[in-house]
Design a protein around this ligand. Structure first.
Ligand code: SF4
Ligand code: SF4
Length: 393
C-alpha cells in the first residue's frame, strides 16, 4: 500500500487571505487541485454543520475555510454547492437548513462566492453490499448528484469516538432523523464506527480539508472549549487525516474508534502516513484537553499509553449521562436519543438507565449543557491513577 499523504500547514487565524493561502498550500502539497478534482466538475462542499451555532463557538466549520476551498474550485471552472444535513434530532427540512446555514456563516460565504446552498430535502437509498454495518445507505440528493464531494471538517474532541474530524463528518450526508435510526440499530461504538467507514468507502470523497485553526478541546463535539491549533490539514484518506489530527491533540490514533475500524479493514496503516509541510512535532498542542471519557494519556511513558489504550478497549473509561439541575425541560435530548431512553417528566429530563446505550447524543444536542457525564468508581480510580502517572512522567 502506498503511504497516505497528509499535508499540514500553519494558519494563525481566520483572516480570509491567510486561510486562502493556507488552503491553497495544503492542496498544492498534495499535487494541486487539478490533480484531485476534474476541472469543470460539479462539486459538493460538505462542511461540519452539526447544529445552528455561530463560527466563534467552534462547533461548525469556519466559513473562511469553505470560502477558500470554493474559490480554489471556481478557479478551475467547477460548479460548487454547499450541502449538509445537520445533527441527528434535526429534521431535514428547508427551515432547518436555512437556520443552520445562516447562523454558521455558510449563507454569507455562499453569497460571497456566488454559489448555492442546498435547500432541497430529497434523498435516495443506495446499496452497499460490501458494507460491514450498512448494506444500504440513505444519502441526500446533492451528494449523489455531484461528480465529487469535498469534506471540509472541523477538528473537535468527541466523547464517544475520541475525535470528530474527517471520518465522522461524512455522517452528515445521511438525511435528518435517519441518523438517529442508524444509531438505534448499531448500538455499540464498534458497530457505529464500522458504519462511518462504510459511508466513507461507499461515497469516496475526493478530498479532505480539515479546519484545525481553532479546534475544540474537552467534552466535544458541542460542549467543549475552543482551542487554538493554528493548522489546516488536507489529504485524500479521511483516516490518515484524522490520525495526524489525533497526534496534534496528543491522542493515540489507535484509541479513536473510527480509526480502529479503518485499521481493522486495512484502510489505515498508522505507521505508513507521509506528512508533508510542517512536522507534527512542531504543531502538536501540549496542553490539549481530551474528553472526560478518554483519560488523559497524550504524552509520556509507553506504559501509561498502553494502560490508557487497555482502559479504552475494555470500555472502562466510558461514562453515564446524568441530568443536572440546570435542565430546562426543552426535550431536545429526548428527541435525539436513539434508544428512547429519555422522557420529560415535570419539565425535567429523566433517563431510563436500562435503555441507555451510552452514545452521548443527548450530551451532544443539549445546548444548555445540562447533561453531565459520570464514571463509576472503578473508572474514576483508574483516571486518578493515570493522571498521577502523568504528573510524575
Ligand atoms: S437535558 Fe438539556 S436538552 Fe434535555 S431537556 Fe434538559 S435542557 Fe433540554
Ligand atoms: S440517554 Fe443519552 S447516552 Fe443514553 S442512549 Fe439516550 S442519547 Fe444516548
Amino acid at each position: 500500500m502506498a503511504p497516505d499523504k497528509v499535508s499540514l500547514v500553519r494558519c494563525e487565524n481566520y483572516d480570509k487571505s491567510t486561510v486562502d493561502a493556507a488552503v491553497r498550500r495544503s492542496v498544492d502539497l498534495l499535487g494541486g487541485i487539478e490533480k484531485l478534482v476534474r476541472p469543470g466538475a460539479r462539486v459538493v462542499l460538505k462542511p461540519n454543520l452539526l447544529i445552528d451555532a455561530s463560527p466563534e463557538e467552534c462547533v461548525t466549520t469556519d466559513p473562511a475555510m469553505v470560502l477558500a476551498v470554493g474559490r480554489l474550485l471556481r478557479s478551475i471552472g467547477c460548479s460548487v454547492t454547499i450541502a449538509d444535513s445537520p445533527g441527528s434530532f434535526l429534521p431535514y427540512t428547508a427551515e432547518t437548513l436555512t437556520r443552520v446555514y445562516s447562523k454558521s456563516g455558510m449563507l454569507a460565504a455562499a453569497r460571497e462566492l456566488g454559489i448555492p446552498v442546498n435547500l432541497g430535502v430529497g434523498s435516495r437509498e443506495i446499496p452497499y453490499r460490501q458494507g460491514r454495518a450498512l448494506k444500504s445507505i440513505k444519502v441526500i440528493d446533492p451528494v449523489l448528484d455531484a461528480d465529487a464531494v469535498i469534506v471540509i471538517s472541523k477538528l473537535k474532541t468527541h466523547l464517544a469516538t475520541g475525535l470528530t474530524g474527517a471520518t465522522k463528518n461524512i455522517f452528515g450526508v445521511v438525511p435528518g432523523l435517519e441518523k438517529k435510526a442508524i444509531h438505534a440499530r448499531l448500538r455499540t461504538p464498534v458497530r457505529f464506527a464500522d458504519a462511518l467507514v462504510d459511508l466513507n468507502e461507499r461515497l469516496k470523497p475526493k478530498l479532505q480539508i480539515m479546519d484545525a485553526v481553532m479546534a475544540m478541546e474537552g467534552d466535544g463535539p458541542t460542549s467543549g472549549r475552543p482551542k487554538a491549533m493554528n493548522a489546516v490539514l488536507a489529504g485524500t484518506s479521511p483516516y490518515a487525516v484524522d490520525a495526524v489530527a489525533a497526534r496534534l491533540m496528543r491522542l493515540d490514533p489507535m484509541r479513536v474508534t473510527t480509526l480502529q475500524a479503518a485499521a481493522r479493514r486495512k484502510l489505515l496503516d498508522i505507521n505508513g502516513i507521509e506528512v508533508v509541510g510542517e512536522s507534527v512535532e512542531s504543531m502538536a498542542v501540549r496542553d490539549f484537553a481530551l474528553p472526560y471519557t478518554f483519560v488523559h494519556a497524550a504524552s509520556g511513558s509507553i506504559l501509561r499509553k498502553a494502560t490508557a489504550s487497555a482502559i479504552s478497549c475494555l470500555g472502562l473509561d466510558r461514562a453515564r449521562p446524568e441530568v443536572s439541575p440546570s435542565c430546562k425541560g426543552c426535550g431536545a435530548c429526548a428527541k435525539s436519543c436513539p434508544a428512547e431512553a429519555i422522557n420529560i417528566v415535570s419539565k425535567r429530563a429523566l433517563i431510563d438507565r436500562s435503555k441507555c446505550i451510552e452514545c452521548y447524543c443527548c450530551h451532544e444536542m443539549c445546548t444548555n449543557k445540562a447533561i453531565e457525564l459520570r464514571k463509576n468508581f472503578f473508572g474514576r480510580a483508574l483516571d486518578r491513577a493515570i493522571v498521577r502517572t502523568d504528573t510524575k512522567g
